[in-house]
Design a protein around this ligand. Structure first.
Ligand SMILES: Nc1ncnc2c1ncn2[C@@H]1O[C@H](COP(=O)(O)OS(=O)(=O)O)[C@@H](OP(=O)(O)O)[C@H]1O
Ligand SMILES: [Mg+2]
Ligand SMILES: [Mg+2]
Ligand SMILES: [Mg+2]
Length: 337
């Protein structure tokens, strides 16, 4: 029997994401003041973001040395005297997740393997070493997200969610799960504590009024008041589930909630490909449709951002069109696009 497509990429991605997730957990238990830097756009970056990017890039480098990587972070703030303290901590933490230790010089180069500009042709990996850095800092949800994109199409997605309960019905139970998908091969969950993969699928609700929304915690990332109007229009009465990171895609993929809405808060913000690549394939493979607020598919072929899309709407295939209709009515009441 021939091996399934992308078996090697899938296996390496699982290994890399699991190792990076464990490094993030280790950093969290050691977090102290002064270990967070802020980028120009005010978004936080921690030693965990850098360490996780170094770990994943090391695994990718060793198995697929010629594949480019579109990673969120770069080594700029770790260089020179100003970056020394941070650099030393990142080195120690990244090496705690690797068999062959990196040196001070090689860790910077490894992190910067993620500076690829993306595009429409060829293979590339999209990496968000910690998606939901704010959630990570609060001790809430975050995810290590890795996807393989070929000619603009997401083919493989793996997400590690260290703080996500393995069973949403038991919020105080075991935490830490991986979500794994390959295009055409379905969606799976595996707990950190086991190698058994279980197929997952979205909840197939009969009526939209039974649905619940999953949306961002940060009101600066998604327009929550417009989302409330859309829920009302659809007759949804359940309160939205607010959660950081691509754990939102994971949650709806296993049926914890039915709809993920990410409504643009500004006309100029372009969503980053690493914030959506793995999650969008997971939802598609679990029976859903992912589009922007206009109903257009997410287009990963325009570089590091989803430059031709606006916002995200993810829902079960049976209800997606109805959700888009309501989104249009609320966001574009005059009917103008
Ligand atoms: N203005 C604006 N609009 C939309 N998205 C933005 C915006 N600013 C930042 N970001 C990106 O949001 C990523 C985290 O999104 P989440 O939905 O997980 O975050 S949250 O629940 O709102 O914290 C976050 O990813 P990380 O930086 O990996 O945490 C950012 O890439
Ligand atoms: Mg960030
Ligand atoms: Mg992110
Ligand atoms: Mg990030």
């Amino acid at each position: 029997m021939s091996a399934l497509a992308f078996a090697a990429e899938r296996a390496v991605a699982i290994h890399a994401v699991l190792a990076a997730s464990k490094v993030c957990q280790r950093v969290f238990t050691k977090l102290v003041n002064g270990e967070t830097v802020t980028k120009k756009d005010k978004s936080p970056v921690t030693i965990a973001d850098y360490s996780a990017q170094a770990v994943v890039n090391t695994f990718l480098n060793s198995s697929f040395p010629s594949d480019p990587i579109v990673g969120e972070e770069d080594s700029k703030d770790l260089r020179g005297d100003a970056g020394r303290l941070m650099r030393e901590k990142v080195l120690e933490l990244a090496n705690s997740g690797l068999d062959t230790p990196l040196t001070e010089q090689s860790i910077l180069e490894t992190i910067d393997r993620g500076t690829y500009g993306g595009g429409a042709k060829g293979r590339m990996w999209a990496l968000d070493p910690i998606d939901g850095t704010k959630g990570f800092l609060r001790g809430e949800q975050f995810a290590v997200c890795l996807a393989l994109i070929i000619d603009g199409q997401v083919q493989v997605g793996v997400m590690g969610c260290p703080n996500l309960p393995v069973d949403a019905k038991n919020q105080d139970g075991e935490k830490g799960c991986l979500f794994i998908t390959v295009k055409g091969q379905g969606a799976f969950q595996r707990n950190f504590s086991s190698t058994t993969e279980v197929p997952i699928s979205m909840s197939d609700i009969q009526s939209l009024t039974d649905a619940s929304f999953c949306e961002s915690v940060e009101s600066g990332h998604s327009n929550q008041s417009e989302a409330a109007k859309i829920a009302q229009l659809l007759g949804i009465t359940k309160a939205p589930v607010r959660m950081d990171s691509q754990c939102k895609y994971c949650s709806i993929s296993r049926g914890d909630a039915e709809v993920y809405l990410r409504l643009p808060v500004s006309a100029t913000y372009e969503e980053k490909i690493w914030d959506h690549a793995s999650g969008s394939l997971l939802v598609a493979e679990a029976g859903g449709i992912v589009s922007d607020v206009y109903g257009r598919p997410l287009d990963f072929s325009h570089g590091r951002t989803l430059a031709t899309n606006s916002g995200v709407v993810a829902a079960h295939a049976k209800i997606h069109a109805k959700v888009i209709e309501a989104v249009q009515k609320v966001l574009f009441p005059e009917g103008k696009l």
